[in-house]
Design a protein around this ligand. Structure first.
Ligand code: FAD
Length: 523
């Protein structure tokens, strides 16, 4: 903190000295530094909180943690750094649910966005029916998606694009993309944003949208926190369904599994109103339990026969789909599901279904989290690897990774997700980087490990990446973790120059989100 306070003092001196009497009052009240001094904390507990994350792998000590009372406080902090003789790094920290230190700031300042949430401003829902954009919610970047859900449901509305887990912040997921089983149909969360208020790396408060300040709008969405802090996002809402028909089907053959997934996500255009609302997939292997923390679905009485099928085939592939309905559509939903699933090549007799409320479905991961928390198994290392794989190479990926590396190493525990999405639901002008094919898969290795065993998973992750490189699989990492300039250049591909240009435009002193390790400038 002393370091930051020193910088702030120097900044004040620079602004005061050499300015005419007329200039001084214009600059100093604007910076309003005194008001933010006491919001910087450096007690060990606070520093410890900001120097770890859900991954429990990377640890970076910040000089201080900032507890803002308002968006203006954040603007003042960023402006202070920007105008400083020696700027300091600043990282917004949402829930800190990154796994590789992305929300950390070594020797800089971490902005604890949760403090804003605790001010109780909540989520503001506008139910005005703008003929152009329809219903929307104006939501602070610090808000949790679970709270956006509850607030919008009070109006019979809800966002359409989600993540599997809802205790993440709006700013945190929009900085990546925000994907789940709805993405194939509704696009990632970044495609459902109408407008944002952003504090740039110069400390400027800018409202941006597709109509206004488009460059900043596109930069920030999927921008890994590099261009500004998202203060508010306007999220599209639609009429919320009441209930969900939720189905899982088991496959032993990967080609049949992916062909069926691709067929189901290809229902587009006018037919789409009868299409599925959600589609995912996962691996079932001997290394993990049949029901895992992300979902407990299969009836206990069926575990023995599923387990013996896994023993027979080594890996089973589980297709997971859902269709929403409400009072009006209830009588048709079974029929529609039947039609949609007709002709699928799952193993006969391995069809499971559930009928749950919409909230129970969207919040399905929470009960698993609470169970793990109660067993002390939530706060453990999470050496995750999330990839986007082009459709044309997913069979090579299956044989080289699932059927070779994973089985050979035999350490896998935790869910492995595999499901496709449509590229045309993504806006390529945004910063998020995805494969260059109409359909691509997301593959998520969501490992949990012991504090002394995460390195084995890390080694497995590296082996997977090396295999893909050698096999020419043109993957992109989701929630990317790269450390060299060359890797980042490859990650963004044709978008890299744009990304650089935008960085120079909106955060020229490279102050924001240093934990992403994209820009290595020492401040
Ligand atoms: P943080 O980890 O706090 O921050 C992430 C990055 O965003 C940092 O660089 C930070 O500086 C920046 N940032 C944070 N807030 C702001 C802001 N307001 N403005 C600008 N930048 C900001 N992702 C999916 O897409 N789909 C899933 O289904 C999914 N499931 C998950 C389940 C679990 C259990 C966990 C732990 C993560 C999951 N994720 C999923 C990943 C998650 O979306 C990202 O890790 C996300 O960044 C976490 O949000 P956060 O609020 O914790 O962000």
């Amino acid at each position: 903190t002393c370091f930051i306070l020193l910088l702030v003092t120097i900044t004040r001196l620079i602004y005061t000295v050499g300015k005419t009497e007329q200039q001084k009052p214009l600059i100093l009240p604007d910076l309003d530094i005194e008001n933010i001094f006491h919001k910087l904390r450096d007690d060990p507990e606070t520093i410890q909180m900001a120097s770890t994350d859900y991954g429990h792998i990377v640890h970076e000590l910040p000089a201080a943690v900032f507890h803002p009372s308002s968006i203006d406080d954040i603007a003042t902090l960023i402006k202070t750094s920007y105008n400083s003789f020696v700027p300091f790094h600043i990282a917004a920290r949402g829930q800190g649910h990154s796994t590789q230190g992305q929300a950390m700031a070594r020797d800089g300042v971490v902005v604890d966005m949760a403090t804003l949430r605790k001010q109780g401003n909540g989520v503001s829902i506008s139910v005005s029916k703008d003929p152009l954009i329809g219903h929307y919610a104006d939501v602070g970047g610090e808000q949790l998606w679970i709270d956006v859900l509850h607030a919008s449901l009070e109006h019979g509305l809800a966002p359409v694009s989600w993540t599997d887990y809802l205790y993440l912040t709006v700013g945190g997921t929009l900085s990546n993309a925000g994907i789940s089983g709805q993405s194939f149909r509704y696009g990632p969360q970044i495609s459902k944003v109408h407008e944002m208020d952003v504090i740039t790396g110069k400390g400027e408060f800018v409202t941006c949208s597709t109509q206004k300040n488009l460059e900043l709008f596109n930069a920030v969405l999927g921008g890994l926190g590099q261009f500004g802090v998202i203060a508010r996002a306007r999220i599209a809402l639609e009429a919320a369904p009441k209930r969900v028909k939720w189905v899982r089907l088991l496959y032993s053959d990967f080609s049949a599994f992916t062909e069926d997934q691709e067929r189901l996500i290809s229902i587009n255009g006018r037919k789409q109103k009868n299409a599925l609302d959600f589609l995912e997939g996962m691996l079932l292997m001997n290394q993990g339990p049949i029901n895992n923390w992300r979902s407990s679905f299969f009836p206990l009485s069926d575990h023995p026969r599923i387990a013996s099928l896994i023993t027979e085939h080594t890996i089973l592939y589980c297709l997971e789909v859902a269709k929403y309905y409400d009072d009006q559509t209830e009588k048709n939903v079974d029929k529609e599901i039947q039609v949609l699933l007709q002709g699928l090549a799952y193993i006969p007799g391995f069809y499971y279904e559930k009928n749950v409320s919409y909230v129970e479905f969207l919040n399905r991961v929470r009960s698993g989290e609470l169970k793990l928390q109660s067993q002390g198994l939530w706060e453990v290392p999470h050496p995750w690897l999330n990839l986007f794989i082009p459709k044309s190479q997913i069979l090579d990926f299956n044989s080289g990774v699932f059927r070779d590396i994973i089985l050979k190493r035999n350490i896998s525990s935790g869910p492995v997700l595999v499901y496709p999405m449509n590229r045309n639901k993504w806006d390529d002008r945004m910063s998020a980087s995805i494969p260059d094919e109409d359909v691509f898969y997301t593959v998520g290795f969501l490992h949990s490990s012991g504090f002394d065993s995460w390195k084995a998973y890390d080694a497995q992750n590296r082996e997977i990446l090396e295999f893909c490189r050698d096999a020419g699989i043109k993957l992109k990492q989701y929630l990317p973790n790269h450390s060299t300039q060359e890797d980042w250049t490859n990650h963004f591909g044709a978008k890299w120059m744009k990304f650089l240009e935008r960085k120079h435009q909106f955060d020229p002193k490279m102050i924001l989100s240093p934990g992403q390790k994209i820009f290595h400038k020492q401040l």
